[in-house]
Ligand binder design. Structure first.
Ligand SMILES: [Cu+2]
Length: 132
């Protein structure tokens, strides 16, 4: 309500032509504000969780995550060799170089079990995300 009063008085004070000229500059702010706000919403996660790869195994092998949340999963590979986090049920695949970390965003997820593997060491690198 306050904004309307201010803008009305501005329009009354300035000549009609310059009032029209200033109109696009007001409108121009709207997309800029939207552009500034949207990436924060897209990139922002509700929570961060960690997985460690060591001796070609995931720790923990079972990770519990909350349902309906956007999660940033940080995977730290402590082995010297690269590993590929892969999960068909999560539709995610990410190579993590030796002795480095990578992040993936998952969710919001429905309750359930979402298995994952380390594709380069499939026999030992196995785990499951349990969403509840
Ligand atoms: Cu793969």
């Amino acid at each position: 309500m306050r904004m309307i009063i201010i803008r009305t008085s501005l329009l009354l004070d300035v000549p009609v032509k310059s009032a029209f000229n200033s109109l696009p500059s007001y409108i121009g702010f709207i997309p800029i504000l939207l552009i500034l706000l949207v990436p924060v919403r897209v990139l922002g996660a509700d929570g961060e969780f960690s997985l460690v790869i060591q001796d070609h195994r995931f720790q923990p092998a079972e990770l519990k995550l909350p349902a309906g949340k956007k999660i940033k999963l940080i995977i730290e590979n402590r082995d010297a060799t690269p590993e590929e986090f892969e999960s068909h049920s999560l539709n995610r695949e990410k190579v993590i170089a030796g002795r480095s970390s990578a992040s993936i965003f998952i969710g919001p997820l429905d309750p359930g079990r979402y298995p994952f593997i380390g594709e380069f060491n499939e026999k030992t690198a196995q785990g499951v995300i349990v969403v509840q």
